[in-house]
Design a protein around this ligand. Structure first.
Ligand code: ADP
Ligand code: MG
Length: 250
């Protein structure tokens, strides 16, 4: 369990990275009526500031549950989540809302854009609820879509819609970008472009990026890969030389 995770940390910590978020003995059981579904079991995980982390595991292994707990949209049954030393488990609803707004950018498999709003307007919606957003046009520029700002989602390809979704996550200037199967609905070459955008945001803006995926090929571009199986961390590995996004293949 946790031992394999922390064993692999020193080489990243040598790059003087601080811990941004810590999961301490997180367990999650979904209870619906008489049915209990245990999903996560005593997960310990540190996410380091500025790292590019990929969490790989088969469908149903608890990846989305884990990411949603990290992002404050779900809560664990037991255990604690510390973000910059603050314990999320002790947050009020209002504090959790603020945490999600200010610190977390979510990217989902199916983009979740508002179909009746243009690309720019989709980004503005997120900027409007943020305390200190960047300009929506700058966010679109960062994902290479400045020239499509006035287009509606239906006028954009899947890859372009995903880039709008990344701009929407980014506009709030979050510490942490959490991506749930961000290439899951895309073909290889479009998927690579999305990975390239995420890689650039990590390298050039220093964003901490966490991707969860069933696709282990994506792990090759990560600095650190965590394998999750049956609700526990099965393995942690460090890539001494992550490959560029455009060489990832599946
Ligand atoms: P993954 O993202 O790795 O595919 P999930 O975290 O989505 O896995 O789901 C893990 C397990 O938890 C699955 O068996 C799923 O059916 C179950 N599960 C997820 N969400 C709920 C829920 N809200 N209520 C009951 N069971 C759930
Ligand atoms: Mg999932």
């Amino acid at each position: 369990m946790a031992a394999s995770d922390t064993d692999a940390l020193p080489s990243l910590q040598n790059q003087e990275r601080s811990i941004l978020l810590s999961l301490k003995s997180i367990s999650k059981t979904y209870v619906t009526g008489d049915v209990s579904v245990p999903v996560l079991h005593n997960v310990d995980l540190d996410i380091l500031a500025g790292e590019f982390l990929v969490i790989v595991g088969p469908s149903g292994s608890g990846k989305s549950t884990l990411l949603n707990i990290v992002g404050g949209i779900d809560v664990s049954t037991t255990g604690d989540v510390f973000f910059q030393q603050q314990n999320l488990s002790e947050f009020s609803e209002q504090q959790l809302t603020r945490y999600r707004r200010e610190n977390i950018g979510f990217v989902f498999q199916f983009y979740n854009l508002v179909p009746t709003l243009t690309a720019r307007e989709n980004v503005i919606v997120a900027a409007d609820i943020s305390a200190d957003p960047m300009s929506p046009d700058d966010a679109l520029e960062l994902v290479g879509l400045a020239d499509r700002a006035n287009h509606f989602p239906a006028q954009l390809s899947g890859g372009e819609q995903q880039r709008v979704a990344i701009a929407r996550a980014l506009v709030k200037k979050p510490e942490l970008l959490l991506c749930d199967e961000p290439t899951g609905a895309l073909d290889l070459s479009t998927g690579r472009k999305i990975l390239e955008v995420l890689g650039n945001l990590n390298r050039e803006l220093g964003k901490t990026v966490v991707i969860i995926t069933h696709n282990s090929a994506i792990g090759k571009m990560a600095q650190r890969v965590i394998r999750i199986g049956s609700g526990t961390i099965a393995e942690t590995s460090i890539n001494p030389q992550p490959i560029p996004a455009n060489q990832v293949t599946w």
